[in-house]
Design a protein around this ligand. Structure first.
Ligand code: CA
Length: 235
């Protein structure tokens, strides 16, 4: 069965262009041109992913996202205007999975859609059979990739898909300092056109959910280089 994608975008030409490309790729597509209808569709329309413009009539995209996240963890990719850094950060804050800056190359959008769909299909996977686990550890922190689960001293930590991927990458490379560019490449999987500060934004999210809650300093900043998780962070 093909994935259903909802496009919430009031610019008719952009929406139509994206629709044609997505249908060509084999997706089912529904378009909405205002925030209120878009939110209703996203909540009830059995979609696999939402493409969400920010500047919309009715409800703006940020508000649509905020309300949608109360009931759904469907992947959302924000469509943002050029240089609207605040929008990007705010969108990620509200739980967007990704964003793409207009104007964009359709191949880039398609790649991000595939990534977001792949990540979300991992989220719903069944628990692995006994002995098939893959627990990564650092002190009291554990991460299971197959269960998409992070725990500290046994209590579960809720992370977004991207936060999870970043933590996973840092743990796989434990004791190795990774630069922002390396992390972008490993976690985002493609070039973010120089916006490496998105890595800093996500490190901040992880720190607020882990370090600040449990009073540790898990992710260390190596000035002028990048980030690392080290074994000895607790003792
Ligand atoms: Ca718009």
């Amino acid at each position: 069965m093909s994935d259903r994608i909802l496009i919430i975008e009031d610019e008719e030409k952009i929406a139509r262009f994206i629709e044609l490309e997505l249908v060509h790729e084999g997706y089912e597509v529904v378009k909405c041109t205002d925030g209120r209808t878009g939110l209703e569709q996203a909540e009830g329309g059995n979609f696999s992913l939402v493409l969400l413009d920010i500047m919309l009539p009715g409800l703006n995209g940020m508000e649509v996202l905020r309300r949608l996240r109360k009931s759904s963890d469907i992947p959302v990719i924000m469509l943002t205007a050029r240089d609207a850094v605040m929008d990007k950060v705010a969108g990620l804050d509200q739980g967007a999975d990704d964003y793409i800056t207009k104007p964009f190359a359709i191949e880039e959008l398609l790649a991000r859609i595939r990534l977001a769909l792949r990540r979300s299909s991992h989220r719903g996977q069944d628990e692995p059979a006994d002995g098939a686990d893959d627990l990564l550890r650092c002190g009291e922190l554990t991460l299971s990739e197959s269960r998409h689960e992070v725990k500290y001293a046994g209590s579960e930590i809720e992370l977004t898909g991207r936060e999870f991927d970043l933590l996973n990458t840092l743990l796989i490379n434990k004791n190795i300092v990774l630069s922002r560019e390396q992390l972008l490449g490993k976690v985002w999987g493609y070039d973010y056109m120089g916006e490496t500060n998105v890595v800093d934004v996500y490190v901040r999210y992880l720190r607020s959910k882990i370090d600040e809650v449990y009073g540790i300093s898990l992710i260390q900043t190596v000035r002028g280089v990048g980030y690392v998780i080290r074994d000895e962070h607790e003792q």
